[in-house]
Design a protein around this ligand. Structure first.
Ligand SMILES: *Cc1c(COP(=O)(O)O)cnc(C)c1O
Length: 387
């Protein structure tokens, strides 16, 4: 071969007698076959030979198997974002005329997507509290397909009654879908409480280092996994191998990070609750949080994301945001750095004070996604920014 051709067809030295410790990044869009039957097999199932990057990839499958294993699932589909996973499941399962039931407190992107489904795709929705199986039973109709829940909701950390809600869904013959992003599989494994599908924005705790966007859907049942996979390969929300690799790399320290996120949150929530400038702290590990008793039964610890209300309202919230130094003003959560945001002037800026209160927040509410820094450095920063 001439150099021109050698530059195109690169050697791939076989690895024999040893194997890599770290999962390799298979940065390839497709795979080569000796036998067309093997290729056809790979195109027909999620656990077959590797064919094409939009179907899956060895690095991506490593992530799918790892998260599915942690969640106790039969299989998983990794996606390019958390919203990609949510849409893979909602669009893969719902059709015009179907009804879905969702909890009232939902991640903003999910709430907006459900409005799209209702406005443009002929799907109807009913909202129920996340901890009220009787309300779920009352809302169900013959055309109800699924109930959509979040283990811990944003920003005031309501905890869903997963055992009660999933058991009711099972009795009613509808699927239960749980966004487990805020808890991570370290704090909660919804399939063990009866969920059919578990969703994550892996952008958050699973990857943990604020350097990648990704998502995953984990299925309790193999047939349902394969059904949604067939749809997902046409939808094209697939995960990129490098993003999957970054997620795998971050995930190896998930349990250690969660321990620190939770203990840091406990210290900050406890001290904030005693501070005269703070009128309320919404961390489910504090007695007095509406989910405290449920959370204490369901979760070994209470997560790293919570909100607190400044008694001084909007002005105090704005002053807090401009005074904070170590914590960063940024969206997202679940990374090693502590992030803060003031919903009334950012994520929830289009809402009136009355609408804010329907989300359980005020104009003085600050949301904090606690990182893994030394807790006393965080407290020094937060306390100097309080009025
Ligand atoms: C961030 C987030 C999502 C969306 O995930 P992306 O990776 O940003 O697409 C969905 N649900 C929850 C609870 C989230 O925090």
């Amino acid at each position: 071969m001439r150099p021109d051709t050698r530059a195109v067809h690169l050697p791939q030295p076989p690895i024999e007698g040893s194997r890599p410790i770290s999962v390799p990044i298979y940065q390839t869009s497709g795979f080569v076959f000796d036998d067309p039957a093997v290729m056809a097999d790979g195109m027909s199932r999620p656990d077959g030979p590797f064919v094409y990057g939009r179907y899956t990839n060895p690095t991506v499958r490593s992530l799918e198997e790892a998260v599915s294993g942690m969640e106790g699932g039969a299989g998983a589909i990794a996606t390019g974002s958390g919203m990609g996973a949510i849409n893979t499941v909602l669009l893969g399962l719902l059709k015009p005329g179907d009804h879905l039931i969702a909890q009232k407190a939902l991640y903003g992107g999910t709430a907006a997507m459900i409005n799209e489904l209702v406005g443009r795709f002929g799907i109807t929705v009913s909202y129920v509290p996340e901890d009220d199986p009787a309300a779920l039973r009352a809302a169900v109709r013959p055309e109800t397909r699924l109930v959509y829940l979040e283990t811990i909701a944003n920003p005031i950390a309501q905890v869903a009654d997963l055992p009660g809600m999933c058991a009711a869904a099972r009795d009613l013959g509808i699927l239960s879908v749980v966004d487990n992003t805020f808890a991570s599989p370290i704090l909660c494994r919804p399939i063990s409480h009866g969920a059919d599908i578990v969703l994550h924005s892996t952008t958050k705790y699973l990857s943990g280092h604020t350097d990648v966007v990704g998502g995953i859907a984990v299925f309790a049942d193999e047939a349902l996994w394969k059904k949604v996979w067939h749809f997902s390969i046409e939808l094209g929300a697939s995960a990129d191998p490098f993003a999957a690799w970054l997620t795998l790399r971050g995930m190896q320290t998930l349990a250690l990070r969660m321990e620190r996120h939770c203990s840091n949150a406990r210290l900050l929530a406890t001290r904030l609750a005693e501070h005269p400038a703070v009128s309320a702290v919404h961390w489910p590990g504090l007695p007095g949080h509406p989910s405290y008793e449920l959370a204490a039964k369901l979760l070994p610890d209470f997560g790293g994301v919570f909100a607190f209300d400044l008694a001084g309202g909007r002005e105090a919230g704005e002053k807090f945001m401009s005074s904070i130094r170590l914590a960063l003003l940024a969206p997202s959560l679940g990374g090693v750095e502590t992030l803060v945001l003031h919903p009334a002037t950012t994520s929830h800026r289009s809402l009136s004070a009355a609408e804010l209160s329907r989300h359980g927040i005020t104009e003085g509410t600050v949301r904090i996604a606690v990182g893994i820094e030394h807790p006393e450095d965080l407290w020094e920063d937060i306390s100097q920014a309080l009025p």
